[in-house]
Design a protein around this ligand. Structure first.
Ligand code: NAX
Length: 436
């Protein structure tokens, strides 16, 4: 074999790339982990080099993007390579870190539907999704935007702006007024479109309009969305719209239909952060119980703050139960109205951001030891009537939420939780009366 021949050069390359690190891998376990990670990158970049690796007895579990982009939990991410027999525990490799510098767009795009996309929340939400705030900075998306015919021109304007923004993760935009086209193949549906209450309208009239919208969109989603599509209802009355959607899309698992109370949850975190002058990221585990309305119960009894001396209960740090049981609760309950008063428009950027938080945590999981609030189908936990869409504390893992169990509930909380459940029962009855 001449020193210029390709096979000679190939052998040298193989020796430097694998044989030396492999020897060190056996001798120095810590170095071995770094080698393993590096090798994954090399293999993805230069598949022909796999052959000599296999010849030397190394088993390759190829890193692929075949994990369903939705329902993927960080803990499920593949361990990229294992030696046979395994000599030492393998360190799970963070998937995005591996593909980042080689092929950041390797994943299949996820289709995300936003209804009411020409409205003000839609306008704030779609760029967040296209930037990766909802599903991650390495997750390509195709946006489906649905609105009604009178908003078609404005919707097209939003589409033009999305194109002009040249978002690298955005692989396509469907802008339509046809519910079937809008719902076809979607993996995530964020239902923002709805009929707002106008001056002089009875509650029942608004409910009738929204029931009919959610009934027909439920049917379109059930027939045309991707299997296991995750649904988040934002439009008000959010809990009851979600319930109607669930009723008219019986083949969509009830676990996949939720409503947004994360905005209220984030508002509660924000109030505690302001009160204690601590970063909002240091506050966790507030709870919104019940309806996304002024009857909701923002509860700090289980909330904690990260301090230099470890985690401390919010009540211990605030040292003012009168505030926490009074002004704090009404401020969170009335925050939407305060925004309207100040802006002459309802919350949009905070609603859009909270919708991203809701889906992100649902799909990618909540951090260890942290719970968040989601409007979900009640199974009777905490003696909340089963069959309502009620906001509970939840944790998320493997693309599924679970209600946090076993939190002690004091007498004041019980009353407030029952009150908001009562309102939801009335809304449910009203919605059903609109159907008949
Ligand atoms: P906008 O009035 O700005 O936008 C609503 C959009 O929905 C409009 O473009 C309208 O044409 C469209 N629409 C109406 N009927 C539709 C249908 N059948 N199919 C598709 N699109 C339809 O309202 P915006 O400020 O964006 O608020 C949207 C909804 O979010 C409202 O119902 C609002 O009450 C609700 N909110 C819910 C929050 C929550 O935390 N759950 C907080 C923010 C917000 O108040």
């Amino acid at each position: 074999m001449s020193s210029e021949s390709p096979s000679f050069l190939y052998s040298i390359a193989f020796f430097v790339a694998f044989a030396i690190p492999e020897a060190l891998n056996i001798l120095l376990p810590a170095f071995g982990d770094a080698v393993t990670q590096r090798r994954v990158k090399v293999e993805r970049a230069y598949p022909p080099l796999l052959l000599p690796v296999i010849v030397t007895g190394v088993t390759v579990e190829k890193v692929t993007s075949s994990i369903s982009p939705i329902n993927r939990d960080r803990s499920e991410l593949p361990k990229a390579i294992t030696h046979e027999p395994p000599q030492k525990p393998q360190i799970p490799i963070h998937f995005p870190a591996i593909i980042d510098d080689l092929d950041p767009m390797a994943k299949e795009p996820v289709r995300v539907l936003v209804t009411g996309a020409a409205g003000q929340i839609g306008y704030a939400l779609v760029p967040m999704i296209a930037r990766g705030i909802m599903l991650g900075a390495d997750q390509p998306v195709i946006l489906h935007m649905l609105d009604i015919p009178p908003a078609a021109e404005a919707l097209n304007g939003v589409k033009m702006e999305l194109i002009d923004a040249a978002f690298p993760l955005l692989k396509g935009v469907v802008a339509t007024t046809d519910a079937v086209e809008g719902c076809t193949g979607v993996n995530v549906a964020v239902m923002v479109g709805g009929f707002p209450r106008k001056e002089g309208m009875e509650r029942k009239d608004v409910m009738t309009k929204n029931v009919s919208i959610y009934k027909s969109q439920a049917t379109a989603l059930e027939k045309h969305a991707a299997p296991n599509c995750k649904v988040l209802v934002v439009a008000n009355p959010a809990n009851t719209n979600a319930l109607i959607l669930k009723e008219f899309a019986p083949s969509i698992p009830e676990k996949n239909i939720t409503c947004l109370t994360r905005l209220d949850h984030n508002r509660a975190l924000g109030q505690i952060s302001e009160r204690l002058s601590v970063p909002v990221s240091d506050v966790k585990n507030v709870i919104i119980w019940g309806n996304h309305s002024s009857s909701q119960y923002p509860d700090v009894n289980h909330a904690k703050v990260q301090t230099s001396a470890g985690e401390k209960p919010v009540r211990e740090l605030v040292k003012n139960d009168e505030y926490l049981n009074g002004e704090f609760i009404t401020t969170v309950q009335q925050r939407g109205a305060a925004i309207i008063k100040a802006r002459k428009l309802s919350s949009a950027l905070s609603a859009a951001s909270s919708a991203c938080d809701h889906i992100r945590d649902w799909v990618l999981g909540t951090p260890e030891g942290t719970f968040v609030s989601m409007g979900v189908y009640s199974d009777g936990s905490y003696d909340v009537p089963a069959g309502l869409i009620y906001s509970f504390p939840v944790t998320c893992r493997n693309g599924e939420w679970s209600i946090v169990q076993g939190l002690p509930i004091d007498e004041m909380s019980r009353k407030k939780m029952d009150l908001t459940a009562e309102e939801l029962k009335e809304e449910k009855d009203l919605a059903y009366s609109c159907l008949s």
